[in-house]
Each structure stands twice: as structure tokens, then as C-alpha cells.
Design a protein around this ligand. Structure first.
Ligand code: FEO
Length: 165
């Protein structure tokens, strides 16, 4: 049976992952309407992945005898000033997700819930990858600056990264 404190923390994490999916969906849609098709494909996929993260948590909570809560979500930010804005916002959001996952892990240790602690290790590893990818993208954007040919290639490469994944 799931400890009620752990159940609460996992439900908060479910909301966080739902918010991430919603947020990246808005970014993907904005990119699509701006002609950034590669970036859009990358972000649609990223949004789907966040939904998977949410589902994995929902199933875990329910399987362990808890009750997963499906959260209500506010409309996410709908417009952005450009690629830099999108990926800065994304990295900032992922940093918050990592902090929230670390809090769940901390709570698991203090409540001696080693099963949930073990389950959460997948999220810890996933966050390392996601933050690293976002930082690599930010570095590339910093190199490109406002060079339009560079931005065109960046968008194309991001789309290709998507189809290869
Ligand atoms: Fe599921 Fe990007 O955190």
C-alpha cells in the first residue's frame, strides 16, 4: 500500500509531467505556425514523451494501491519570440522538473519507501538526458546567433534528429 505522503508527491509529479506535455504541445504548435517544421516535429514528439512519463506514474500509483489524480491544467503560454525563447523556457522548465523529481526521491528515502525510490531512478536518469539535450541545443543556438542560414539548418537538423529517433 502506498504511503499517503508518497501518493501526494507522485500525484504532484503526475501534474508536473502533464504540464510539461501541455507546455511542449503549445511550443510545437507555435513553431508549426511559424514555419519551423523541424522544431515543431521535435516538440510534438517531446510532448508525447512527457505524456508517457505521466502515464507511467499514473499506472504505478494505481498498481500500488493508491489513486492517481488526473489534473486540471491552465492554458500554457501560446506565443514565443523565437527559438532562443523556446529552448530557454524549455530548459528552465526541465530544471524545475528535475528539482521536483529530486524532492520525490528525498521523500522516498525519508519514508523508507524503497520500491518507489527504485521506480523513480528511471526519472532521475531521464532528467539527466533531457537537461543535457536542452543545453546542447542552447549552445548551438548561441553559436548560430541571428544567422538565418544557420537557423534554417538548425531547424532542419532538429527535424532530422526527430525522424532518426
Ligand atoms: Fe518528464 Fe521532461 O520531464
Amino acid at each position: 500500500m502506498l504511503d499517503t505522503h508518497i501518493e501526494g508527491a507522485l500525484n504532484a509529479q503526475i501534474e508536473m509531467e502533464a504540464l510539461s506535455s501541455h507546455f511542449y504541445l503549445a511550443m510545437a504548435s507555435w513553431a508549426e505556425t511559424t514555419g519551423l517544421n523541424g522544431t515543431s516535429a521535435f516538440l510534438y514528439k517531446h510532448s508525447d514523451e512527457e505524456r508517457e512519463h505521466m502515464l507511467k506514474l499514473i499506472r504505478f500509483v494505481n498498481e500500488r494501491g493508491g489513486t492517481a489524480k488526473i489534473p486540471a491544467l491552465d492554458a500554457p503560454q501560446a506565443s514565443f519570440s523565437g527559438l532562443q525563447d523556446i529552448f530557454t523556457t524549455l530548459l528552465d522548465h526541465e530544471t524545475k522538473v528535475t528539482a521536483s523529481i529530486n524532492e520525490v526521491v528525498d521523500l522516498c528515502l525519508s519514508r523508507k519507501d524503497y520500491t518507489t525510490h527504485n521506480f523513480m531512478q528511471w526519472y532521475v536518469a531521464e532528467q539527466i538526458e533531457e537537461e543535457a539535450l536542452a543545453r546542447t541545443i542552447m549552445d548551438k543556438l548561441a553559436m548560430i546567433g541571428s544567422d538565418s542560414a544557420g537557423l534554417y539548418l538548425f531547424d532542419r537538423d532538429l527535424g532530422q534528429l526527430e525522424t532518426e529517433a
